[in-house]
Write a protein that binds this ligand. Structure first.
Ligand SMILES: NC(=O)c1ccc[n+]([C@@H]2O[C@H](COP(=O)([O-])OP(=O)(O)OC[C@H]3O[C@@H](n4cnc5c(N)ncnc54)[C@H](OP(=O)(O)O)[C@@H]3O)[C@@H](O)[C@H]2O)c1
Length: 224
């Protein structure tokens, strides 16, 4: 990961990573998101092993039930972080039940009984603001204070939008997979409200292009 530079004092280095179809979707209309080749999975698991934490949104946990561990290469399992304002992460989900540590980032609006259940199941729960959604700046600051220097964010589309629109990322890795799947309700790389004009969008700079057969892995950095 040649790009890594720890330039922010108040947050860890943030890498957004996603696998996307040629038509910009990260899952089908039913939530099927398994589109990466074995080579790309090896790359992603290498990325996981190189960071201190992996972060996903609660919908990704509810739809995919991922374990977010390192399996396709040798390496340590980083801490898992779920962005989950109401503490909806099921205690029986893989992210709670398997071995590496799990942090649930909530808001003060999360029901106490759910928080207690998650803590009883072994997760650490932290409060990041009192708004409708988890305040990502507070979350990143707390992660930094906990010693997390580098995070990979693995979606989904709503979480990606929040990181992109708040300019809270340092790299974006997108694997373009050789599928066209359509579906107006299929989740795209970034969801959210979007902008009205192209020049209001977040401008990124292409840094690297890699090819695995029919897949292309693009690495971008934000233009600040
Ligand atoms: N191809 C890929 O690389 C890839 C990777 C990951 C996921 N996926 C797919 O993406 C889909 C899920 O994406 P999604 O967009 O529906 O959900 P998501 O981004 O995984 O989770 C979004 C949810 O996170 C919670 N949240 C809390 N604070 C937030 C904040 N500051 N910003 C944004 N969200 C916040 C909200 O729920 P609360 O209000 O309840 O907290 C929100 O609805 C699944 O189908 C999954 O398979 C694909």
């Amino acid at each position: 990961m040649g790009l890594y530079q720890n330039v922010n004092d108040d947050r860890p280095y943030v890498i957004l990573n996603a696998a996307m179809t040629l038509d910009g979707k990260i899952a089908t209309k039913t939530g099927d998101s398994k589109m990466s080749s074995k080579e790309d999975l090896v790359r992603v698991h290498g990325l996981r092993a190189s960071v201190d934490a992996i972060m996903v949104g609660i919908n990704t946990v509810l739809v995919d039930d991922p374990s977010l561990t390192v399996r396709y290469c040798e390496g340590k399992n980083p801490m898992r972080v779920v962005v989950d304002s109401r503490a909806r992460t099921p205690v029986e989900s893989r992210i709670i039940s398997s071995k590496s540590p799990t942090l649930i980032a909530t808001t003060s609006k999360a029901p106490e009984d759910r928080v207690k259940n998650l803590e009883r199941a072994g997760a650490k729960v932290i409060v990041c603001g009192g708004g409708e959604k988890v305040d990502l700046k507070i979350l990143l600051k707390k992660l930094k204070e906990m010693g997390v220097r580098k995070v990979v964010v693995e979606g989904g589309g709503n979480i990606n939008w929040s990181f992109v629109s708040q300019n809270l990322f340092d790299e974006l890795h997108v694997t373009i997979c050789p599928f066209i799947i359509g579906g107006r309700d299929s989740v795209t790389l970034v969801e959210g409200d979007g902008v009205a004009r192209i020049d209001e969008g977040v401008r990124v700079k292409l840094y690297e292009v890699k090819r695995f057969g029919d897949e292309v892995v693009l690495t971008y950095r934000p233009l600040r």
